[in-house]
Design a binder for this molecule. Structure first.
Ligand SMILES: C[S@@+](CC[C@H](N)C(=O)[O-])C[C@H]1O[C@@H](n2cnc3c(N)ncnc32)[C@H](O)[C@@H]1O
Length: 320
């Protein structure tokens, strides 16, 4: 069986959201071809031999964007296309114009696609202290306080470079003091649990609804000795979990965060913190209001591009 490329033709403004949908539905890599990127190009060395070329003469899209996701041979393509089509069309409800929202699939012969995306994935210093290093790269920290997160994201979401992950990495840097217990909901590649351990978290539980993600998280946790003791499991949100931790972190889409809000409140100690992202700009107010209505105090809101993150805490009795 071959790999499949699913191409979504969309507008420039919906590129980030469509990339998110493709990654969230199992694409191991995403390619973006956006007419707006060519319009921004200045004359430069774009020729095959590094010669200076007028960018307008390069072959390029005249308008809109095409976002391509690469899916492994195990993907059941008709179901995947239907899911993507529905989620792309729904972007209009969030104020993003997905037009023309055409979704098409094509088989890819070349088996190299399984790893082709790896050549675009290099070490990236995501915060002052945290650098994500692909497992296959050699990397020497530039400073003594730089902490490494070694990752092979494979099929799971969480290379660390998506704005929603970056928001949570920043939030963890702000919120953690050391020794905190934490639950990572929707762990994907395990990136946030590894970061939390690097930043001094104590006991950590990492859950995901997708068993492929949990397998990937286990593999990545093992690559990072500091995170070897993180507990993992398949679980939908915090269903059936009744505990008291210092931190709940979740980078999941807004629609999924809403049912998580009361569960996070129940599972946090008084004074405990709820860090969440995956919130597209048009859903931000709805999620923030739901968090406040639950009784949380919103301490900080953060934004990268069209995505928001929220840091909130469950008030301690003395705050009431
Ligand atoms: C956007 S990814 C986040 C991955 C990683 N935590 C990060 O920040 O990069 C969202 C993850 O949530 C998982 N997920 C979606 N719905 C879920 C649910 N109801 N319960 C638990 N996990 C869920 C997905 O499988 C996916 O791995």
């Amino acid at each position: 069986m071959n790999w499949t490329a699913i191409v979504v033709e969309t507008s420039t403004e919906a590129v980030d959201a469509v990339s998110y949908i493709l990654t969230d539905t199992g694409a191991t890599g995403v390619k973006i071809d956006d007419a707006a990127d060519y319009q921004k190009l200045k004359p430069g060395k774009y020729g095959p031999y590094g010669e200076i070329v007028d960018p307008s003469t390069l072959p390029h899209r005249e308008e809109g964007a095409a976002v391509t996701g690469y899916y492994p041979p195990t993907t059941f393509v008709p179901e995947k296309i239907a899911d993507i089509r529905q989620r792309v069309a729904k972007l209009a409800d969030f104020g993003l114009n997905p037009a023309p929202a055409r979704v098409a699939a094509e088989e890819i012969d070349n088996q190299d696609w399984a790893t082709a995306w790896q050549k675009y994935y290099h070490p990236v210093r995501v915060t002052r202290e945290l650098t994500i290093v692909p497992q296959w790269e050699e990397y020497t920290p530039a400073t003594a306080d730089e902490k490494l997160l070694v990752l092979d994201p494979g099929m799971a979401f969480g290379t660390g470079t998506h704005p929603t992950t970056q928001l949570m990495l920043q939030a963890l840097t702000i919120a953690l003091r050391g020794g905190e217990s934490m639950i990572d909901v929707g762990t994907g590649s395990g990136v946030l649990s590894i970061a939390a351990k690097q930043l001094g978290a104590g006991e950590v539980w990492a859950y995901d609804i997708d068993d492929v993600a949990v397998k990937s998280a286990k593999k990545n946790l093992a690559l990072n000795p500091i995170a070897k003791d993180v507990h993992t499991g398949v679980n939908s949100l915090l269903d059936g979990i009744h505990t008291q931790v210092d931190l709940v972190v979740a980078n999941i889409l807004a629609e999924i965060i809403l049912p998580l809000v009361p569960q996070a409140f129940e599972n946090l100690k008084p004074g405990g913190k709820f860090l969440t992202s995956g919130i597209i700009n048009t859903k931000f107010e709805t999620v923030k209001k739901a968090i406040e209505a639950q009784g949380f105090v919103v301490d900080e809101t953060m934004r990268i591009k069209d995505w928001y993150g929220i840091i909130a805490h469950k008030p301690a009795p003395e705050e009431a």
